[in-house]
Design a protein around this ligand. Structure first.
Ligand code: ASP
Length: 316
């Protein structure tokens, strides 16, 4: 009996670059083109890892690293700014085969927070490190650091000024546009992985941390059900343990991934008032990408190798 070759076993990847009031006309043609090309490049890079027999963990890491470097998205370079005009970066990653996970929050200078999360998973006995401790750990791991100014784009400065100008209270966050990044993948061994990276929400303060680095809220992967990465108003995603909730429904109730993801995003979150969406993949390679906002930056390459890149709700 011969083992299946990589070409015979299904692989799949989905990525997102955030959800929100992304309506036609809000983006210039130039912005839209650069977002679509960044999404395409990240999906292709992750898929190439899978097609060559690489792991789903490597695929999601490669895809998220590229999106962290793309200034259009709220992760790594181009992350949203805090109340004080600084960046505080959060990320997490999970291995569906072992349920191993790593997360970081409130990092200030690491170029690729997803690498830091991955090292927490593979090189430490912990799941989550925060703030100066996470920075020190990443430095000890030899990860690349950049000056604070390297992360800050003119667009994010303007966004912060606009939010602060219209704020009614010092705690108000920007709530209409989320551009966190994430990836989920199925590899040729049948293993699932999920990864998410973000700067959080514009004008955040007092060490606020959202769902993205919280295992079970913004990120979850379990070979028995699915892999999920979320984007949206993090406080709601934490309260409803969104990523784990979708996986638990698939594993325990036997509903399809599409039904579970749709119910959590379009019923549970919508009723609670939580804006956002998720990307998810199951062990058969089914991909689901529901969102309850006008748009979500997203791309996928399915088990047939079909690439799909979309922004708006009616993009199909
Ligand atoms: N979920 C992220 C947070 O609340 C924001 C985003 O998706 O852009 O920190």
């Amino acid at each position: 009996m011969s083992l299946p070759t990589h070409a015979e076993t299904p692989v799949a990847i989905a990525i997102h670059g955030g959800a929100g009031t992304i309506e036609r006309g809000r983006l210039s043609d130039e912005q839209e083109a650069s977002i679509r090309s960044a999404l395409t490049a990240a999906a292709r890079a992750g898929h190439q890892v899978l097609a060559e027999g690489g792991s789903s963990l490597d695929a999601v890491t490669v895809a998220v690293r590229l999106l962290e470097d793309a200034p259009e998205f709220n992760a790594g370079r181009g992350a949203v700014l805090t109340f004080d005009g600084t960046v505080e970066l959060d990320a997490s990653i999970m291995d569906g085969a072992s349920l191993a996970a790593g997360a970081v929050a409130g990092m200030t200078g690491v170029r690729h927070p997803i690498e830091a999360a991955r090292r927490v998973m593979s090189e430490s006995p912990h799941v989550m490190l925060v703030g100066s401790g996470a920075d020190a750990f990443a430095r000890a791991q030899g990860l690349e650091f950049k000056d604070p100014d390297w992360f800050i784009t003119e667009f994010r400065l303007q966004q912060l000024r606009a939010v602060q100008a219209r704020q009614q209270s010092a705690t108000q966050l920007s709530e209409d546009w989320f551009s966190t990044v994430g990836a989920v993948a199925l590899d040729a061994e049948g293993n699932l992985a999920a990864a998410t990276s973000t700067g959080g929400m514009t004008n955040k303060r007092w060490g606020r941390v959202g769902d993205s680095p919280i295992i079970g809220a913004g990120t979850y992967a379990d070979n028995r059900s699915c892999a999920v990465s979320a984007t949206g108003h993090g406080e709601y995603f934490i309260r409803h343990a969104v990523a784990h909730e979708i996986c638990a429904r698939v594993r325990l109730t036997g509903v399809t991934l599409a039904d579970a993801a749709d119910a959590v995003v379009n019923q549970v979150l919508r009723e609670a008032g939580g804006d956002g969406g998720v990307i998810a993949v199951d062990p058969a390679g089914n991909i689901s990408m529901p969102f309850n906002t006008p748009g979500m930056y997203r791309a996928s390459i399915d088990v047939d190798g079909h690439l799909r890149v979309a922004i708006y709700g009616d993009d199909d």
